[in-house]
Design a protein around this ligand. Structure first.
Ligand SMILES: [Zn+2]
Length: 462
């Protein structure tokens, strides 16, 4: 008994000293087949790898086992740096000298060794384009085995879907960088190991999609997964699922602020989606879609005809829409490219560049309680749309939640046009609710709760 107890105490002491590695998500199909391990976040400044792995952790294997570790280096991810403070480069820590001597590398190797995967896929992002001979961006490094070479080829093809430039194509390389986790998994555990490396530039949702598609093609080839490369699978009904549009035309500080505001602590789970995701039907897994600031026409272009129709179907079928600034232009009724899901025309279009600054809002009396909004208060305005009812019989009238009680009129915008126009509106489109905000409450101090309340309002039908 004494021996057992001291052994237990030693185990606890060792566990306490070991750096925290999240327990991997272990998905067992119950059917004989390979064990595939997907690792993300080995480098903390390569967020698409972590995000793609987090998406893959929601998939359902039909053969073998899928083991996913999205945050291999949680401290580095939280800091947004390649390595954790004082820690080793986790993808160079597995060379023959000082193998896994770094505490976090040791903990990571213990997990990989215990799982003993048949296939290990480690997700990264790199600079440059490997196809043009510059660095390792957009490449898949593989162990040189028949299986890993075949998987790499399929991954490259899938991840290159939208890349027209030959120099940007994702290319396979029969080599695994020295000291990498993948190389160690191949040499020490006999795994068919691959390093899937995206490109560090571009919108996060697009970068994440590229890695996700590469892994999906490989999992389909292995017979492990049979469903489409989905972005999100709701698994916690207490959380409201929010898709944040993140593609060309979505820019500025809004997306990052929304991601911070709409967190699990406040009852939300948020995932970024790009135009291609939307065209493939990704919104159907969500309660609300948010189209943030940037350029309304840019977002419309990134969605393309098919994506715009998918958004209309999503909202018409009961989904919520929140448009902020550019997203409010996108929802309007009077551009050739707009979604026409709110009964509002944008007025004084020739002076859209009327400037940026604080402007006073008055919240409608009936809304203040539900939204937690003050009677009046300043909000950040940045060239948002000026709305007027468009009087379209096909669309229900919108309700005004807040009015502009001040105005901004740079670049020769005429006086009095903005004053007393609707600033935040809400209306129905089919079975769904559309909430549009011309200004930026998500970038205004003290309005976090109002933003959450607006998202909840859009989700009303769900
Ligand atoms: Zn990396």
């Amino acid at each position: 008994m004494r021996v057992l107890l001291s052994a237990l105490l030693l185990t606890i002491a060792a566990a306490a000293q070991r750096p925290a590695i999240d327990p991997p998500t272990f998905l067992d199909s119950g059917v004989d087949g390979p064990t595939v391990m997907v690792v993300g976040g080995v480098h903390g400044d390569e967020p698409a790898g972590f995000r793609a792995a987090r998406q893959i952790a929601g998939w359902t294997p039909v053969r073998g086992r899928l083991v996913v570790l999205p945050r291999a280096n949680a401290p580095a991810l939280e800091a947004g740096t390649r390595t954790a403070d004082g820690g080793a480069d986790l993808n160079r820590a597995f060379g023959d000298e000082d193998f896994a001597s770094d505490p976090l590398a040791h903990a990571l190797w213990s997990v990989v060794e215990e799982i003993a995967p048949d296939v290990l896929l480690d997700l990264h992002e790199g600079a440059g384009f490997a196809a043009s001979g510059k660095s390792v961006g957009n490449s898949i490094q593989h162990a040189g085995t028949e299986v890993s070479a075949r998987l790499a080829k399929l991954g490259c093809d899938a991840a290159s879907e939208d890349l027209e430039d030959e120099q940007h194509q994702v290319v396979a390389r029969p080599t695994l960088v020295a000291g990498s986790l993948a190389r160690a998994a191949h040499q020490r555990l006999g795994a068919d190991a691959l390093l899937v490396i995206g490109h560090e530039q571009g919108k996060l949702a697009t970068r994440t999609r590229r890695l996700r598609l590469a892994v999906h093609a490989m999992l389909v080839e292995l017979g492990v997964v049979a469903h489409p490369p989905r972005v999100f699978e709701p698994n916690d009904e207490r959380l409201l699922a929010v898709a944040l549009f993140d593609d060309a035309g979505a820019s500025g500080k809004g997306p990052g602020r929304l991601e911070t505001l709409l967190d699990a602590e406040h009852g939300f789970v948020l995932r970024r989606v790009c135009g291609a995701d939307v065209r493939e039907g990704a919104l159907s897994a969500f309660d609300v879609a948010i189209f943030p600031g940037g350029s309304g026409s840019g977002q419309a272009k990134a969605l393309a005809e098919g994506g715009r129709e998918a958004v209309r179907e999503f909202v018409g079928g009961g989904g919520g829409y929140v448009g902020i600034c550019a997203g409010a232009y996108l929802a309007a009724n009077n551009y050739t490219w707009s979604l026409k899901i709110t009964d509002a025309d944008v007025i004084d279009r020739e002076h859209w560049a009327r400037g940026r600054g604080q402007v006073e809002l008055e919240w409608a009396t009936a809304q203040r309680g539900a939204l937690g909004a003050p009677a009046r208060g300043d909000v950040l305005y940045a060239n948002g749309p000026l709305y007027a009812p468009s009087g379209d019989d096909q669309l229900p009238d919108f309700e005004v939640l807040a009015w502009y009680r001040g105005e901004i009129r740079k670049n020769e915008a005429p006086e009095g046009v903005m004053l007393d126009t609707p600033a935040v509106v809400s209306g129905r489109f089919g079975a769904g609710t559309v909430v549009c905000s011309s200004p930026h409450p998500e970038q205004t101090t003290g309005m976090d709760q109002v933003v959450r309340a607006l998202v909840l309002r859009a989700a009303g039908a769900r």
